[in-house]
Design a protein around this ligand. Sequence first.
Ligand SMILES: NC(=O)c1ccc[n+]([C@@H]2O[C@H](COP(=O)([O-])OP(=O)(O)OC[C@H]3O[C@@H](n4cnc5c(N)ncnc54)[C@H](OP(=O)(O)O)[C@@H]3O)[C@@H](O)[C@H]2O)c1
Length: 321
Amino acid sequence: MEYRVLGKTGIEVSCVGLGCWPMAGMAGGANWSGIDDEESIATIQHAESLGINLLDTANGYGAGHSERVIGRALQGRRDRYVVATKVAPRSDDPAEPVQQYIARNCEDSLERLQTDYIDIYQLHGEPDQADMPAIVEALTRLVEEGRIRCFGISTYETEIMQALMSLGDLAMAQIGYSIVNPVGQAGLRFATEQNLGTLIRVPLAQGALTGKYFDSLSRLDKADRRHERFDNPRIQAALRKLSELAFLAEGGKRTMVQAALRFVLDTPGVTSVIPGAKDRAQLEENAGADRVSPLTADERSRALAIGEEANWPLPPYTNWT
Ligand SMILES: NC(=O)c1ccc[n+]([C@@H]2O[C@H](COP(=O)([O-])OP(=O)(O)OC[C@H]3O[C@@H](n4cnc5c(N)ncnc54)[C@H](OP(=O)(O)O)[C@@H]3O)[C@@H](O)[C@H]2O)c1
């Protein structure tokens, strides 16, 4: 497994990480079907033997369920993992000072994760301009107290990254980027210039780029959060178009999943790609993206052309990529 340094932090992360949103399962309206907590725990623990040390979660995934599962999995092995979690950038209670809100949520995440530090603490979306100084002050204090090792933000907006950098030591950004989603390119360029670390979310377009839904949605549980989204004519047409990506896996040099992850890994500015995985078999295939041959320049441009023609719904028109 290749390890890359997260920006200026010195934190070394595996270039393939593990996105733990699906591990929220059906809890708190997360609606990821086919999740078994014991298998999630086994998957997190198996990550270590595959060289994967990076876990990404959020306090909101299944109302804390994903963090709780990670907490159970990391007993006795916490120091061998880099844990990234998130907090929304504003309180539901307008009367609560934002510093207090951030500190309180950090303590709650620490408790669920059964740890006394978080490696990477991310704002889960863009804060209001007026709140930024107080938020950065709160995050900086958490670093000084040793509760978090660094902080960052999940956003596509380079202006927001820049504004936070002017107020404090922003270390990284979480950005969406994949064969069907070029929106993250500006963020990746900015991160390269500024030496910000990057974690790349939704690299498989929530499963659309695995190949298994190209010809049929019947493999997608009706209770799953994606069923309603995928079950419409635009996505059906996109999936049919995306089936042309199968050429990337010809000759057994890599699977479709590994091609989609390798595409991200070889993009300048990427520190780590964080595909979600539901079980050990998926995780093993995803980890293998580290070893497969890179896409050639021709394969890359053909893949991008197919991705563009597929016309996948993109931010800011959707919040699910
Ligand atoms: N900051 C944010 O706002 C934000 C937003 C979204 C996600 N994220 C983070 O990014 C991570 C990745 O995004 P994501 O989980 O939404 O989507 P994703 O990584 O694009 O897709 C994950 C899904 O693809 C399928 N899959 C994964 N590996 C597979 C394999 N080897 N073979 C077959 N199927 C496979 C699984 O679902 P099925 O098997 O059911 O198809 C899995 O749940 C999340 O887990 C989360 O940590 C952050």
